[in-house]
Ligand binder design. Sequence first.
Ligand code: TXA
Ligand code: MG
Length: 318
Amino acid sequence: MYIYPATPESVREAARIIKGGGLVAFPTETVYGLGANALSPRAVAKIFAAKGRPQDNPLILHVRGIEEAARFAEVSPLAEKLARAFWPGPLTIVMRSLDIVPLVTRAGLATVAVRAPRNDTASALIREAGLPIAAPSANRSGRPSPTTARTVAEDLGDAVDMIIDGGETEVGVESTVADATGDGVIILRPGGVTREMLSEAARVLTPGGAPLRRSPGTRHRHYAPAVPLLPHRRGDVSSFAPLGRRWCYIGMTEPPEEGEPPLKKILFASAEDYAKGLYSTLRELETLCDVIVAELPEGGALGEAVRDRLKRAAGETI
Ligand code: TXA
Ligand code: MG
């Protein structure tokens, strides 16, 4: 099997594969990434092929810090402030790209997304490879992101040269994507670094409608299980109609007592637990039920990210 434990030897082998133009799936603190040499158009093309990813959806460059980021992007004072506050960590910063980043990596955009993950295996791999690593989440395009090495193998199989197993990921949902090319921060995708945390470090703008145009990934359906997902607002019995179908429930509070009880019910104690367990739970429940009813968490630091993923999994455009 090509799943290896996260040892220094595996990391060295993985770095060799990346330098040779191959694909390596590796753990980050958010979800598993599918990595390749970000500076090689041929290697990056393999990522798009393996995932079945639309070509208009740009990739994130994984680096070790601000100095490295400055070799690939214009690090504005705002971007630098964010990086100093949240790197290494689950924040992706969109900056103006330098020409050295191939167009295929950034899907033809003038900007590039960069982040420094705080997972030890991820940073060791970037250091060992000596290259920026382009890495989307290591799932088939559209599916829930992988939080374990096994899920990567299920989704991508032989399309990846090596998988490094670093156990279950810590955060469970992807990084926050923040555009720092203007006067203030625009959150393009909520994630591991919350709006409140960002607001403490910089001015956060809330432009109506703009994020849809600015983050290409938001155009596509994402994070979806194989069966329909119905988002449920706590107490809203009217929208609650899984009746007559075998349904499962995930949420933070008990489901309404309407009709048949759920086949399986999974309750999370906090929005953080919800985020951590979300994707693996969706993958488990899709094999048991005809429909998944998912409560939208009301609060909690990671509540916004979980709500965003659930709405997208349900096919809502946000
Ligand atoms: O936590 C994460 O971010 C994980 C781990 C592996 O690092 N990666 C991840 O990558 O979630 P991916 O490709 O699944 O999502 C990247 C998101 C997409 O929504 C994409 O459209 C957006 O970042 N993005 C990338 N480059 C961009 C750019 N130049 N401008 C705006 N959005 C960009
Ligand atoms: Mg993804």
